[in-house]
Design a protein around this ligand. Sequence first.
Ligand code: FES
Length: 129
Amino acid sequence: MALYSQKVMDHFRHPRNVGSIENADGIGEVGNGKCGDIMRMYLKIDNDIISDVKFETFGCGSAIASSSMATEMIKGKPLAEVMKLTNKAVTEALDGLPTHKLHCSVLAEEAIRAAVQDYCSKNNLEYNF
Ligand code: FES
């Protein structure tokens, strides 16, 4: 069996929603101390709905594929639902990642949470997800 699924390869080669958002409502940046990879997530939020999302990932192929898939999974979704997104769900949507690459999908989950937290603190909203 190939190490990476076709979906991982597709999102790695053709990542969706790459880039930044000017005047983003929330920005979350996280990193993994061991591999040194960094992920930044930009959110545009209208009426508690993610109206736009973009990411920049300075990292491995699995991190790029995970961020790309995660952005597709949260676009158009309400914040309460977005905060339930787990790295497990992202990994499943990618048809799996090798065990030693699971931490890459954790970055996507953490970056989204950090961006929502940023949005809440900028708007004096309670972060109670
Ligand atoms: Fe670190 Fe993938 S190896 S995020």
